[in-house]
Write a protein that binds this ligand. Structure first.
Ligand code: ADP
Ligand code: MG
Length: 607
């Protein structure tokens, strides 16, 4: 990782010609930027343990404690002056930055935006120094016993800059941004023992045993960590190491891909794209891998001095770096190709399985928890007589009286009215074939049912009605990992409104106590994870709620491959017609297609 210089080099104010070369701009934009700077400083100080505690998304308190080399007593005030740093001294040093910090701007910027206290004891000093600053200026300094290392406490961030406060997300959103950052840092520095506490609640603990797989386990759960593949590849001057999940494990967004360049977390689109590309068509549409990579390349190949808040770096040859990363991932996937994988994150709303390239000869494992849709070689399910539909339709019907559809002209003003449809039959146990006045309709039974359930969930919320729920007799342990557990904590109220009750139960583990009626219990873990992912994709409450509702609807709906009785199909079409937007599912895909009478007649040469 970063090379630690020998004990406590002196802090100096950079000469103006060096300061002038530093990418200028706002260092502290959000609580998470404060956290990033404090973590960087702790890592640069050679810490092996870092604990981060914050309250209210960091707005009221952020505290970072490390066991690093501390600040020498004579330098403590100096550390809060602009452009004061112990890390570089000259313009040339800017081209070979080996530390995360080098600008000497973080502490003064933080102290200008908040009240700051520092307690630090440098290596070899008999006693520590406590210094309090207000409005950027030291107001109190005392000698105080302290362990070796540094603790910096930041209180009431932006209290003096109300304009800035307005641009922040909710405390819950800021808390998630901080937890996400800490997760990436914990993956980048498995040799450091991290502890993260939000509002007194433990979010993450890593052991610091320098095993990336263990850090991965702390974050994404032991089961996934067991399955991730080692990545180890060198191409020219670029080396890539890390862990990549097999394609059967996937997420709804790119947030599960961490990329570090010389120990720095970067959010580079081309590099993320290179990772996704390496998986090619092995992932379902709209799904992304889970992986973490360390890229190491010579310092002069990377310019870190391009962004004030360190979000970006510039490569001398970005294409070369992306190529090396893509090759690294592909090599790991190919090496592991013949292994059969379990499917923890399978999203039934994803298009039906396409066999991954090269796996044609390998029969797809049929996980016990996930009955596969009938293959075309089997007789259509409809011919095998009525198959129990796991009560999905039956249950949702039972719950209907409890929740009257939204009445009144307002609810119907923008309605898209479906014609009256007569059920003719079922195709491939997946599509309802129906006759309408204008031709033949094929209705995707899953998409249609999703629309029905989704509208019902939103109607409940609009009328502040309680969802029909089903408490679990035996609460279920769900290992989500720290990232999604923090999502659950932050959106407790929304989840409850949807009928899902999840309680924190140790780090990265939740206790599922209650589900909405109709929620399929065949794979509750995958279902809960995909609901949390849906929220994670969007911070804004209404959108997050909508996405969670769509995901719950998906997991409460009849699947493709389920044979339905004519009566069940008739009810489903009726329910669909009663929704305001019957032609699309909550994910925006069509629920039905029409083959018009005219087109049919043209085909038969009648026109
Ligand atoms: P930079 O990290 O760019 O040098 P900062 O304003 O973040 O600038 O910090 C100023 C200086 O204070 C650092 O160069 C370092 O010498 C000292 N410092 C800050 N935080 C710590 C810490 N946690 N442990 C030891 N020294 C620190
Ligand atoms: Mg710094």
């Amino acid at each position: 990782m970063t090379l630690s210089p020998p004990p406590a080099p002196a802090i100096r104010v950079l000469p103006p010609e060096v300061a002038a070369r530093i990418a200028a701009g706002e260092v502290v934009e959000r609580p998470v930027s404060v956290v990033r700077e404090l973590l960087d400083n702790a890592i640069d100080a050679g810490a092996t343990r870092i604990s981060l505690a914050f309250d209210d998304g960091g707005l009221t308190r952020i505290e970072v404690s490390d066991d690093g080399r501390g600040i020498p007593p004579g330098d403590v005030e100096l550390a809060f002056e602009r452009h004061a740093t112990s890390k570089i001294a000259s313009v040339e040093d800017l081209h070979r930055v080996r530390t995360l910090g080098f600008r000497g701007e973080a502490l003064p910027s933080i102290a200008a935006a908040a009240d700051v206290e520092v307690l630090t004891r440098a290596r070899g000093e008999p006693v520590g120094v406590f210094l309090a600053l207000a409005e950027g200026r030291p107001v109190r300094r005392v000698a105080r016993p302290a362990p070796e290392g540094t603790t910096i406490t930041v209180r009431d961030l932006f209290a003096r800059v109300p304009a800035r406060r307005k641009f922040l997300g909710s405390p819950a959103a800021e808390a998630r941004a901080i937890t996400t950052l800490a997760i990436h840092y914990a993956l980048a520095y498995p040799g450091i023992a991290f502890q993260v506490v939000s509002n007194g609640r433990r979010m993450l603990t890593t052991s610091g045993d320098d095993d990336m797989r263990h850090a991965f386990a702390a974050i994404y759960g032991a089961e996934i960590a067991r399955q991730v593949l080692d990545v180890d590849h060198r191409e020219g001057e670029v080396s890539v190491t890390g862990l990549a999940a097999p394609p059967a494990i996937h997420r709804g967004n790119r947030g599960g891909i961490s990329v570090f360049v010389n120990g720095r977390w970067v959010q580079s689109r081309p590099l993320l794209f290179a990772v996704v590309e390496a998986y090619q068509s092995q992932l379902p549409v709209g799904r992304f891998p889970l992986a973490a990579f360390h890229l190491r390349l010579p310092e002069d190949e990377v310019d870190v001095n391009v962004h004030p808040a360190k979000a970006e770096v510039r490569f001398r040859d970005e294409r070369k770096v992306a190529r090396a990363l893509r090759h690294a991932v592909r090599a790991a996937l190919e090496a592991a190709a013949p292994v059969t994988w379990v499917v923890p994150g399978h999203d039934p709303s994803a298009p039906p399985d396409r066999p991954p390239p090269g796996s044609a000869g390998v029969p797809a494992p049929a996980p016990a928890t996930q009955p596969a849709a009938p293959r075309s070689a089997e007789p259509p399910a409809a011919l095998r007589g009525p198959v129990p539909t796991q009560g999905v339709l039956a249950i949702s019907r039972a719950m209907q009286p409890a929740v009257p559809p939204p009445a009144g002209p307002a609810a119907h003003s923008h309605r898209d009215v479906l014609p009256l449809l007569r059920v003719v039959g079922q195709l491939n146990a997946t599509y309802i074939v129906a006759e309408g006045p204008d031709g033949m309709y094929l209705v995707d039974q899953h998409a249609a049912h999703e629309r029905v359930v989704y509208d019902r969930l939103l109607a409940q919320r609009a009328t502040a009605g309680a969802p029909a729920v089903q408490p679990l007799l035996e609460p279920l342990l769900i290992e989500t990992g720290a990232a999604l557990a923090s999502v659950a904590a932050a959106s407790e109220a929304d989840l409850q409104a949807l009928g899902l009750v999840l309680e924190p139960f140790g780090e990265g583990v939740l206790l599922l106590r209650q589900v909405p009626v109709g929620f399929r219990a065949d794979d509750p873990v995958a279902a809960v994870v995909s609901v949390l992912e849906a929220i994670e994709r969007d911070d804004r409450v209404p959108a997050g709620f909508g996405r969670a509702a769509a995901t719950i609807a998906c997991h409460s709906s009849v699947r493709a491959g389920m044979a339905l009785s004519t009566e069940e199909m008739r009810r489903l079409l009726e329910d669909l017609a009663a929704t305001a937007t019957p032609r699309t599912c909550p994910h925006g895909r069509p629920t039905l297609v029409l083959l018009g009478t005219e087109a049919i007649e043209r085909q038969f040469g009648r026109r």
